[in-house]
Each structure stands twice: as C-alpha cells, then as structure tokens.
Design a protein around this ligand. Sequence first.
Ligand SMILES: Nc1ncnc2c1ncn2[C@@H]1O[C@H](COP(=O)(O)OP(=O)(O)OP(=O)(O)O)[C@@H](O)[C@H]1O
Length: 908
Amino acid sequence: MANRSRTSTSYSTSAPTTYPSYTYGEYTTTPSRPRSRKGTGRPSTALPRTGASTIARIEAEQVICAVTESRGIAPTVGLAFVNLDTGEAVLCQICDSQTYVRTLHKLRVHGPSEILIVSTASSPKSKLFSIIEENLEVIESKLTLLDRRYWAETTGYEYIQSLAFAEDVEAIKISVSGNYYAVCCIAAVIKYIELGLNKTFPYHSLRMKYEPSEGSMLIDVSTIHSLELVQNLQNPKSKDCLFGLLNETQTPMGSRLLRSNILQPLTDSETLNTRYDALEELTTKEEMFFATRAALKNFIDADRVLTALIIIPTKPTIHTTEQSINQVIMLKHFVNSVNPVYEALTGARSAMLHNIRELCAPENVRPVQDLINNVINEDTTFAKQPLELRNQRTYAVKSGVNGLLDVARTTYKESMEDAYQHSTELSQEHDLQLELKYETARQFYIRIPMVELDDRPLPPVFINVFRKKNMIECQTLELMKRNQKVTISHQEVVLMSDEAVQGLIEDVRGNMSQLFKICEAIAMLDMIAAFAHLVTTQDYVRPQITDTLAIRAGRHPIREKIMQHKYIPNDVYATQQSRFQVITGCNMSGKSTYIRSVALMCIMAQIGSFVPATFASFPILHQLFARLGMDDSIETNVSTFAAEMREIAFILRNIDKRSLAIVDELGRGTSTRDGLAIAVAIAEALVQSRALVWFATHFKDIARILAERSGVVSLHLAVEISNNDTMTMLYKVAEGAVTESHYGLKLARVVPLPAGLVERASEVAQVLERHIQRRKKTSLAVIKERRRKLLLSLKEHLVQAHSGVMEGEVLSAWLRELQKEFVKRMTAIDEEAARADQEGDLEEEVDAEMGDEVLHDGEGVQEEPVDTDEQSKPRPLPVRQKSVISISSHISSSEYESTVRAVSENEY
Ligand SMILES: Nc1ncnc2c1ncn2[C@@H]1O[C@H](COP(=O)(O)OP(=O)(O)OP(=O)(O)O)[C@@H](O)[C@H]1O
C-alpha cells in the first residue's frame, strides 16, 4: 500500500494559512503572510528567486491587483492593476497554461503590493490561488480575499465609463469587449480601494489602458473575427478558418494550445526558432514523425483529468465517488500513454523535442504509476463504452483492499448474469432474436429488429417501447428490476472502493506539478506534430525571423485549400522604406485575398508553423490589426460607417512601428468624396505610424496623393483585357496603381445580370462622363463671365474718370483705389478658377469610377445657366495666370489701351 501521509491538497501548506477575507465594512489592514513552502518536498511552481524584485516595481508604490480566472480547462485569467501612486490602471486578460506562466509574468511586471482574489478560490484552493500563494514572496506581495459579489462586470464597465480619461473611454471599451474577466477585476480593485482603503477617484482621472500579455502579439477581437482566425464567417461550423486548417492535432490539449497560440502568437524569436527546429526535425525524420503521431493518438484529455483531481467536492455524492474512480482510471491511462512518446522521440536532437522527451522519461512517470499500481488492478483500462467503463470501475481497486469489496463484486457479477439470463429466456420464450444493450440513463434495454416480428404484434411483456429506424427498443418489468439490482451492487462496490481511491488521489496530488508539466509537453508536441503533418501534405517553408517582411510565392493558406482552380502565388516585400503599400485593382482581382494572406502568414510564422510560400522572412510583430469589409455582418451593416470609424480609431490609437495592419476598402460606407477624404487622412496617419500597412482600395487617388511620401509604394492586381473587352484576372501583383477604368462595368458583363442592365449602366456612365466634362466647362464659363463683368465695370469707371471733374492728386488717389479694388476682386476670381479647375480633375476621376453617387445626388440632370454664345464657342482660359494679366484676353486690346491711355494722359 502507498504511504498514506495525507495533505489536504498538493498546494496547501501543512498548517492552515489565514488571509483577511473582506465583505462590506470589515476591512482590516494587516493581512498575515503565508508560510514558506520550503521543505515540503514537492515540486514547486514558484518563480526562480533570482532577481526577486519585480521588473517594474518601484519601491513604496502602492499597486492593488485583482485576479480571477475562468472555470474552464484552459484557464483564461483576468487581471487589473491600479497604481495608487501614479493613478494608472491596467487591465489584461490572458489565455494561460496550467502553470500560469503568463499570469505570473504579468504579476512580476506590475509588482502589485496587494493581490485580491475571490474568496471562494481559497476553499477548496484553486490552482491559480495555490500558485500565486506559492509565489507571493517572489512577487513581494500580500494576498487578500474579497467577496465574490464585488467582481461584477456591469460595475466594471461603469467604472471604465466614469473613471477613465474621457478621450480613452471608447477605445478602452473596445479593447476590453469580450474580456469579461479583466472587467470584473477592475470592478473588484476599485471597489476594494473605495471601501477598504477609503479612497475614491474623481471622474475621468485614471490613466486606464488595456495591455495585451507581454511576449505575445495583440490581436483584437474584431481582427480575430474578420480574419477568420478561429471561426469561419459564413458558416461557424465550417473548418475553413486558420484554426480549422491547422488543427491536425490529436489530443484535446494540443488543440487547446493551438487555439490559444493563434489568438496570442509569440513575440520571442528564440522560442520561435526552437519551435521551427523541432518542426524541421519532425518533418525530416519520417520514422519519428509517424511514431509520434501514433503515440499521441492514445491520449485522453489530461488537462481535464488532472484539473478534476485537484478539486475536492464539498458535498460528495455517489456520482462524484463514481467520477473519482473514473478519473483514476483515466489518470492511469494518461501516465501509461507517456512512455510511447518517450520512445518515439528517441534520437531527438532539437532542443524542444529533446526536452519533451526528458519530461516524458520513465523516471518522471514511475512514481505516479507506482502509486496507481498499489491500488488499481493491473488490467484496469480506460473504456469509452459506458457498460465497459462501469465494469472497469467495479473491478478497478485491487482485491484484498477491503474484504467486503469482493463480496459486493460477486453480487454485481451475479446480477449482471441475471440480466443476460433474462434476455436469453425472453428470446427463447417469444422466439425472437433479442439484443441486450446498455446506456447510462436506461441501463439495460432490449433491441429487436423489426423483421423479427414478421407482422406479429409485440408481446405485452415488453414495455417502454419505441421505434428507432428499423429497430424496436423496449424493456420488461423484470429487466428493470434486474437493472436495479445491478445498480445497487455497483454502488456498493463504488462506495467500498472509495476510501482506497481517495487515498490514492491524495497521494497523486503531490505529483501534480510534474504531471501538468508532462501534460503541457504533450500538448506542445501535439501542436508541432500537427504543423509537421501540414508541412508534409502542403508545400510549406520554414520562415526566418529578420527585420524584413519578404515572401516569395506566398499563398493564402485557407483559400488555396478550398479553391476549385489553381491558386496563383504572389510575392510580398516590405521594409520601412516600403511600409505602406496601396493595393489597387479591379473588383475580384484578388486584393483582399492578397492582403489577408500576408496577415495569416505572419500569424502562422509567429506561432511556430511553417508558411505556404517558397521563401519567407518575417519581422517580429507585436500587434496585428485588420480592418476588413463588413459585408458579411448583418449586425454591423446597420451602421457600416460608424463601425468602420470606431475600428479605425482603435487602430490609430494603438498602432506603432512594431505593428502590421491590413485595411480593405476603407471609406465605402459614406459619400464618395467624404470617403476619399477620410481614407486619405487615415492613410497619412498610418504612414506616420511607421507600421507595416497593406491598404487595399478602389480610390486610385490615394496612390496618386501619397505617391511622393516616403515609405509608400503602390501596387495593383493585374488583369488582362482582350479585344472584345472581356477581363481575365491574373491574380498577380504588379507595380503601380491600376490603370483600367470602368472595370466595374466590364466585370458586370460576365455576371448573369438581367438582360439590358449592363447596357443601360454603360449608357449612364457615358452620360455621366459627358456631364462631368460639361460641368467642368460650365463652371469655368461662369468664372469667365464674372471676369468679363469686372473688366467692363473697370472700363466704365475709367471712362467716367476720363470725362469727369477729378484731377491732380484726387484723381491719382481715386485711380490707385480703383486699381487696388480691381486687383483684389480679380485675384479672388482667379483663385476660384484655379480651385474649380483642380476639383474638376479630381471629380472627373472619382465620379467616373463612382458614377453611382452622381446619379443618386441627382446632379446628373442639372446644369447651371450659361451664356449660349460662350457655350457654343468655348475658348481656352488662362485660368492659372494671375490677376490683371488676364485682362487683355477679355476685352479687346485696343479698347483697353485706348481707355488706359486716355486716363493716363489726363493724369500724367
Ligand atoms: N491568388 C489567387 N489565385 C487564384 N484565385 C484567386 C487569387 N486571389 C483571389 N482569387 C479568387 O478571386 C476571388 C476574388 O478575390 P478577392 O475577394 O480577394 O478580390 P478583391 O479584389 O478584393 O475584390 P473586391 O474589390 O470586389 O472586393 C476569390 O474569391 C478567389 O476565388
């Protein structure tokens, strides 16, 4: 038998530790420190003490932190820190592993002087509680329990609304949307500060920010959604998303790890290179790869099993007792599955595979195996079928542990035989081929194929009858009685096994840290092996981590898999000198696919996967933003423009030179001219941010307007237009902006629109173009008319002066005034002319492409009144010449000269 020296949980101290537990009005200020864990002899999850002071901790700063976690298997941890000395509040939410590495790292970075944790986490101790407790000395903090009612999401949002700097409120709300645990934490911290420390904050006084977990790339919720990282937008059940593509994992732990990596790619190049090395080794050593995949196939959800083993039920029931035996059987299955992994990785050279092999070494598993073998029968195995699992449960604990156990087992065996006997008798009595089946809810029941009855009615002994396809399922009263007997005898066995099982679980808890480490190693191996599977089936390449983003023949990982036709690969190249890439091109030419592929490949590279290209090099990115078309979201279409602007505001607030952004069709949710203006302004801000940006747009002017800016390059997706005006998409990126015009109409021809519709659209486009030309001329004609009038007025004044009574100084002063006034008014007209000329050029281009808006505005049918003579004989105007120089072209030179001469002669 195993040593039965019991500790309450693997993370508890031998003497109970007391922490202040606070509810309204009960605050004290002297919480006691937990006892040191030295000498417990158990593996520790404590942080190394080297450099024990926290990274950012400044002596005497009072930083209050609240921490809470999800109840799931892969813990999601929410944290909020409020620095009472600097007025800074930081919220974060982390997808962590069972060892809570990221949470501990975050705690170290912010160095809270006090950590608040929900009081229910202390009894029974949650794993997070125990780990924090274990690391308190390193973090140099004290632990305080806080009643659950203070962790309220609505209160959190109210605090953000009222306490964050007014201009930050919206951005924070976007950042924390979906981060429930972080919001609850800020509620708890501030409530505690208010009620426990008797301090309140004035409105909008806190520097609040949302901080992604260090060491990982920030991908906000909207980017996760629009890039289809974990879910397909059209069909949430489809596997056509990045997670669906990469999820070739074979264990639930591997799959979970992959998901959390996709949501938080790494930013540490060293770790990434370690993963690449491991992946390369697995892809080049075929035997090792297949052996590893075969070994991983056997694993059950060890995260779940281990987590269940550390939770002590407060009210044990027969069900929880049964579950405990199941968990022990599953634990046995888990530890026995580890050795094949160790064997499969024999000869591993890369650091990661080597370390995983070391962790899976027999000496690490044997202590637990020994404990299990002391209590559990050697031939007990995990079974998925409920009847088989019940049998395994019944015979799990070794004979001799409890004398009565064997008696109870004999009763169980006999009642099982009774049930089978009953079924045999029924079969003979009614001349029917019966099948005795079992399921947890109904227990034993009978299944009879319909053909057996051969139009006979079912004998009345069969009750609870229902038909399932071509089978009849039923029971008999006798069978139900025998079921009852089996259940009672099984429960007796379970209860008698319980003491031995609980003893075993307590002993195993002492090895939990090691078991979790092995579990994490298996998850990592599974994820890498899944990547290796993709590398062997698809044509992927190992990326390099450099300062340059360069991809040769890159592909969209999901599109290339699901497309009917061949995917055309493209190159990508971006440095600081070409950081902002304007991508133009016809509709359906592949702009979105191209920019999306860049973002997806970056994520793949930063989770340690190879990428779909023939060569790839990536800089480490710390933030990734995607502002993509919202066409698929009914909800956001309610106000596309507002949603678009909110997203862009968030991006502009956070983007920096370590970020990558892809922006698609910005400014389409408002009028063409405003959309263009906004798109240009946003593009300029993005250029300034120094981030790597791909900006796909139909506004060709953006490329023209930004052409001279340093760091901007213009690319387009090429198309081929044949003689009969049909377009062929080449899906190839080429230099410069797109040159084709009216591509929308050309493309519309190949779409099955109602007859005559495209022809009508072409006519409208021609009318619009003529109108634009005319409008340009029209506005210039109006200006010309105003010039003419001004000159005529000048002439009139000069003639009056010539024949008038003014002379000498008076006339001279009057003439100077007249000249000043004339120059002023003519300059104003000239400037207006220049403006009209420029706008005409811009409108011509924009309107030619976005003709629909002109139609909607109704401008296409209105014309300004113009002098018909002028209209019939338009003359080119020297609009860019300045002021009086243009006089000569409006009145005849002889007329002007004679007038001026007359005045001058009189004057001089
Ligand atoms: N590189 C490629 N190779 C092969 N087919 C491609 C490629 N890129 C895109 N396609 C195909 O072209 C279709 C349209 O691509 P995409 O949506 O990227 O075009 P777009 O230029 O963004 O269109 P729009 O401007 O109308 O939004 C895709 O659904 C895909 O089938």
